[in-house]
Ligand binder design. Sequence first.
Ligand code: IVH
Length: 674
Amino acid sequence: MTDIIRPTDAIAELRKEIERHNHLYYLEAKPEISDYDFDKLLEKLIALERQYPDLITPDSPSQRVGGTITRVFPSVQHREPMLSLSNTYSRGELEEFYNRVRKLLILEGVHEQEMVAELKFDGVAVSLLYRKGLLVRGATRGDGLQGDDITANIKTIPTIPLRLPDFGSLFAESEENEIEIRGEVFMRKEDFEQLNDSRPEEDRFANPRNATAGTLKLQDSAEVARRKMCFVAYYLKDSGAEAPTQLQRLRQLEKLGFYTGGHYRLCRELDDISKFIEEWNEKRWKLPYETDGVVLKLNNVRLWEKLGATAKSPRWAIAYKYPAQQAKTVLHAVVFQVGRLGSITPVAELEPVFLAGSTVSRSTLHNFDEIERLGVMLHDRVIIEKSGEVIPKVLSVVLDERPSNAEAVQVPAVCPECGTPLERPENEVSYYCPNEDNCPAQIRGRMLHFASRDAMDIKTLGKALVDQLVDIGLVKDVGDLYFLQEPQLERLERMGRKSAQNLVRALEESREKSYERLLYALGIRHVGRATARELASAYPSFDALSQASEEELATVPDIGPVVARSICDFFSKSSAPAFIEKLKKAGLPLSASEPKEQVNSNFEGLSVLFTGGLDRYDRPTASELVLQRGGRVVSSVSKKTGLVVAGHEPGSKLDKAIKLGVRVVSEDEFEAML
Ligand code: IVH
C-alpha cells in the first residue's frame, strides 16, 4: 500500500506545482514551462478532481478556469467606503497638496513628512475580501458605498491568491478574521491588443481600461479567464500593528503573494517626488501595462484617520496625472481603407514619430467630413495626440507652417481595392464601393466578421488566413469556407497539416451554432445582434425570412424601414439564390431549434424598451429575462411600445415614451413583473 500515491497527495502536489508556475509566469516573468505544458498540468488536476469531487477546494487552481455563469451581479455593501483620489494635472496643485499635508502634520506634532510615490495603474478598482485566509468576495467600486459582487470573475485572475499564507500570525488582530485588499484589475498592453485583434472592427475596445471594465462584467467567467486579466494590489486595510506604514503594507502584500508592481519609492522631500514623476514619465512606456500618473500617499498609516477624507477622496493622498502626449509630424499621404460593408475610411500616413511609447505612422481620419473640419491638406504639419486611447488622432493643423506644396486631399473616384466607381448615398458622411460581391476588401471583411466571437466564433480563422484564402481565390463568400478540403489548406503558407485539420474541425463545429448567430454573422447591413434576435424569433426559418416583403419586415418590433429595406436588398441580389443554396449544402443552421425555455408568460406579446442604467441587471441579462417570458426587446419608442423600463440617467427615450403615453416602470417594478 505504501507506494501507492493517494489522490489527496497527488492533488496537493499538482496544485502546488501549478501555483508555483503561475507565480513564476506572472510575478517573476520567468516561466519554466511552456503554456502547453502548463495547460496539461491544469487538465490533469481537473481530471483528478472530477474523479474525486470531494477533494475539490475553493482555493484549487482549477477554480480559476471559470465556467460559472452569473446572470445578475448582486449588489454588495463595502465594509468602508471605497474612496477615489483627487486628481491633478498641475505640478503647482501637487505642491499645494504637499504643503497642506505638511501643515496638518505639524498640527499633529509630526515634523517629518514621508510620502510614498506609486504608479497610478490605469484599470478598474476592485475590493477583495478574505475570510480566514480564503478569498470569499471580489467586488467593483460601484458608487463607493455599494458595488457589484463579481467573485466568479475575480477568481479567474491568476495574480489574485485564492488563499493567503500565514494568515494566523499576520492578522491575528483583525476583526472576524477578515481582511480586505484593494487594487486595480488591468490588462497588459499585449493581451489587450491580442483581444482587440480577435474582434470585429466595430466591437473593439478603445483602450485596455475599457476592455477591463467590459470583461469584469461578463456573465461567462470562462471567457474572463481567457482574457488574461491582471491585478495589482495597493491597499491593505486590516493589518493592525504589524505594518504602520504604507511602505510596510506594500511589502506585506508582496509577502502574501500579491503583485504590487514593485515600482514605489519613499520620498522625504518634494524634490524626490518630482524626480519620481519625471523618471516615470519616460520609463512608463516600457512597462507592459498602462500607467497614467503617479499616486502620492502619506507613509504613516496611523495618521490617515487623523487627516480624514472629504466626501470623495482622502486628504492623505493625491493622484498626479500625466498630460496627454502630443507630437508634431508631417502628413505625407491619405490612403483609403475599404470596410466589410464597402465604406471608405481615409487613413493618414504620417512621418513616423515617437509618441507615448510607440512609433506612430498612421492615424484614422474617420471620414471626409472630418478632413474638412480639420482643414487638413497633404504635406501639412499636424499635431497628433494620444490620450487614454491607444490609437492616436490628428488633433489640428499647424497653419503657420503650411508648406507651399500643400495639396487638397482628393476624394478617390474609384475603390482602391477593386477600381469600381465610388458612391456617396444621400445624407451619409461616407463614400461606398458598390461592388459588394467582388471587391476583395469587402469579401475579406465579411469573412472576418463571420468568424468573429459574437458571430460564428471560429478562432482559427484569423486575418492572415482570410487574406490568403481570398487573395488566392479559394473562397468568395462565407459559404465556400465549408467546402474547403484539408489538402488544399495544407498547401497554404504557414499552415501545415495540423492547422489545416484544426480549421476544418472548427468549421464543422461552427455548424452547431444558433440560427440567430448565423443571421448576425452574415453581416447584413444594419443587422446587429439585437436585430438578428428579433428576426430569428419573427421568422424562425431562413426561407421564410427570404420571402418576407419590406412592409412585412417593418412590422417586426424594432425593425424600421431602413433595416427592412436592407434585408430585402440582401435577398433580392442576383447572387442570393445560389448563396442560400450553398449555405444549405454547407449544413449551416438555417432555422431556429426548439423554442426557448419559457419561465412564465408575464411579458407575453409585450415589447419592452430599456433606457438608462439598471443597478441589478446588465442589458443582455434584462433582455434575456424578458424574452424568456414571452416578450420582445426593442430599441426605439413608438406608440406600439408596450413598456419602458427606466433606470438611472434615462435618455430622451423616456421623454418620448411619456409624451406617447407608453407605460413606464422603475427597475423595482420591472423586477416585480419578472
Ligand atoms: S489608492 C483611498 N493607489 O486611481 C485611496 N489608487 O483616480 C484608494 N489607482 O480609485 C486608491 N493606481 O482606482 C491608489 N497606486 C494606486 C493606484 C490607484 C490606480 C486608481 C484607483 C482610484 C483611482 C483614482
